[in-house]
Design a binder for this molecule. Structure first.
Ligand SMILES: Cc1cc2nc3c(=O)[nH]c(=O)nc-3n(C[C@H](O)[C@H](O)[C@H](O)COP(=O)(O)OP(=O)(O)OC[C@H]3O[C@@H](n4cnc5c(N)ncnc54)[C@H](O)[C@@H]3O)c2cc1C
Length: 589
């Protein structure tokens, strides 16, 4: 029986990127997709001509190759969008990152003062331990700001109290911009735009699905196959080799074999598909990997405009909605009739919890009520609606996920022709670009290259060597560190005092040795400041003492002021970095 060269499970960004990479190398893959569309979580759904994402999907990447591929696929249909996304709290819009004047005007003088007070308290006496996300934020921004802006939203997203979210997990998510990069940016102005500073992004004219549709078309044009409604339900293996996968095509079961298999199905699901079954401890680890789910309730509102943002973060505890998308502001072509607005009300939940199980009618009623409660429109203005549920939206990084993931990875390493890619496929917070990158590397491994797919988006940043040249810092880090080092006040003062003392005393001795008159008369003027000074050997010692004293004093103050100035400067940049990083943090959920 002829073997297919590669079978790919899933036609999301990861699977399609893998497929396209293979096509470019004249290998024809077969992609099995359980749904009837491409794009996975990044797909675009349509309802009566209104297009919408499963949560808004911004296209931006640090990887030039991915950017080029996106541009090449869509050309002029890849729109550049200037980002506007604010926090909606107590019927007011707050800029994010928070801007002092905007926050002051919205919160009023009393609340602003209380926030400042609590911020000062946290700076002066921070909590000694930072175990939870709550402690992490309070130590940096104060309790009041935390309660106002961070607690509610984070708890809506994760469904657990911030006290139970670990600080190290938060810190891992919050590292878009290092202090070094920020200082370098501030000093040398825009030498490198870190991820957090991206204020614009790309977006396909008809939503992200348009991008994945083009990938699919190219794969098919190149001789590959994308089989829809094809859910893989079993993966057969023998002696460490995957031999075939079985899938249901809606009416009957089919079997397909291949030399290589690439999977973007959730990794916890993948191990359950393996036949024979993996050992019990691997299955148990798979059982314990958790995912957060997501529901988007689309409301068509009979109004041309509601707000100018692409999306709003809703921090108010009075409503359950976490984020509101305004698809028209991503691309005007997302709505067929410009006198209407389509809104995506995003609810974070778990599969089978109360929200997940609510009937569509109830969800729509809740979304309408909340829109009215927030003051955006009247319930009567909502003329139509549509609901989409998305499982496996967010891999959960709980206290046991690392151990469980490692167990599974170790077991999967036993197979010589199986690779897992993508977001749920690797249980990692991969964005579309990361997901694609894992697919591309896995495809390359199929034709003889050797790449570590797990190195993509690992910990800090991914593929440093792929950074565009403009992102390389303009000065080496160690030069900046040296330039910003604190000056030892005493040492600097002694050094400056000694230099001044030696200069004046040796000038006096030099004049004496030359017996010159003109300079002599100038130096004598020093007696007005240095009482007892004469142009004599004794005077040289007196001059040394005085000059040393003034040099010491000047040196000490100079070092003190310079250290103070730098400390304030670094402190401001550090706060900015933390605020920008938190923006990253919210952006990623
Ligand atoms: C709310 C939200 C907002 C996001 N915003 C952004 C953003 O702004 N920018 C960004 O870059 N990223 C964003 N992401 C992340 C992005 O959606 C993912 O990185 C990307 O979709 C992952 O691609 P993937 O191919 O790995 O997986 P998926 O998108 O999950 O695709 C997997 C595919 O495999 C199919 N499949 C699964 N199991 C089987 C099976 N057994 N048989 C056959 N087919 C199967 C699925 O149907 C699916 O089509 C966001 C994610 C969420 C949840």
């Amino acid at each position: 029986m002829n073997k297919n060269p590669v079978v790919i499970i899933g036609a999301g960004p990861a699977g399609l990127a893998a497929g396209y990479e293979l096509i470019k190398n004249k290998i024809s893959p077969v992609i099995l997709e359980r749904s009837n569309s491409v794009g996975g979580i990044s797909r675009t759904e349509s309802y009566k001509g209104f297009h919408f994402d499963i949560g808004g999907h911004r296209f931006f990447s640090k990887n030039d190759a991915i950017n080029r591929q996106w541009q090449e696929m869509l050309g002029p249909d890849f729109l550049q969008v200037k980002r506007l996304s604010r926090i909606y709290y107590q019927k007011k819009f707050f800029n994010y990152p928070l801007r002092p004047v905007n926050a002051f005007l919205n919160l009023g003088p009393i609340e602003s003062f209380l926030i400042l007070l609590s911020y000062c308290r946290a700076s002066v006496s921070p909590q000694p331990e930072e175990i939870s996300f709550e402690e992490w934020v309070i130590n940096r921004f104060g309790e009041r700001l935390y309660l106002t802006f961070f607690k509610t939203y984070t708890e809506k997203v994760w469904g657990i109290p911030c006290k139970e979210i670990r600080a190290d997990w938060a810190a891992q998510r919050i590292k878009g911009l290092s202090l070094f990069v920020a200082v370098s940016n501030a000093l040398f102005g825009g030498g490198q735009k870190a991820k957090s500073l991206v204020e614009q992004f790309y977006y396909p004219k008809l939503g992200p699905g348009m991008m994945w549709q083009r990938f699919k078309d190219r794969i098919i044009a190149g001789g590959g196959e994308v089989r829809f409604n094809s859910e893989v339900f079993s993966i057969r293996h023998e002696n460490g080799t995957i031999t075939a996968v079985e899938y249901s095509n809606g009416t009957k079961a089919e079997k397909i074999n291949a030399e290589n298999f690439i999977s973007s199905t959730p990794i916890s699901y993948l191990v359950k598909l393996l036949k024979p079954q993996p050992p019990a401890e691997v299955l148990e680890s798979a059982e314990q990997l958790a995912y957060r789910a997501f529901i988007i309730v689309v409301l068509i509102v009979d109004r041309p405009e509601l707000f100018p943002d692409q999306w709003l973060y809703v921090h108010s505890p009075r409503v359950q909605v976490g984020r509101i998308q305004n698809f028209k502001n991503w691309s005007r072509s997302m709505v067929p009739d410009q006198s209407k607005t389509s809104i995506g009300m995003e609810y974070f939940c778990n599969v089978n919890d109360r929200t997940w199980k609510m009937a569509d009618k109830e969800l729509v009623a809740m979304a309408c009520r909340e829109m009215e409660e927030m003051g955006f429109c009247q319930v009567s203005e909502v003329i139509d609606s549509f609901v989409v549920r998305q499982s496996h939206a967010y891999p959960v990084y709980d206290s046991t996920y690392k151990k469980n993931l490692l167990n599974i990875r170790n077991y999967l390493d036993n197979f010589n022709n199986l690779q897992t890619i993508g977001r749920s496929g690797m249980h990692r917070y991969n964005n579309m670009d990361h997901s694609m990158e894992t697919g591309i590397l896995a495809a390359k491994n199929c034709y003889g290259e050797h790449h570590d797919v797990w190195a993509v988006n690992e910990e800090k940043s991914y593929l440093e060597e792929d950074r565009p040249v403009k992102e390389i810092p303009v000065v080496p880090e160690k030069v900046l560190i040296r330039a910003f080092a604190r000056i030892d006040k005493f040492a600097f003062a002694v050094a400056l005092g000694t230099i001044c003392g030696l200069l004046v005393s040796s000038a006096t001795l030099w004049i004496i040795s030359r017996g010159g008159d003109v300079l002599n008369s100038h130096l004598r003027l020093l007696a007005q400041y240095f009482i007892g000074y004469t142009v004599t050997v004794k005077g040289a010692f007196i001059a040394f003492g005085y000059s040393f004293f003034w040099g010491f004093l000047f040196g000490w103050f100079f070092a003190y002021l310079r250290n103070l100035f730098l400390a304030v400067y670094i402190f401001r940049i550090k706060r900015k970095v933390e605020l920008m990083s938190l923006k990253d943090f919210f952006d990623n959920f």
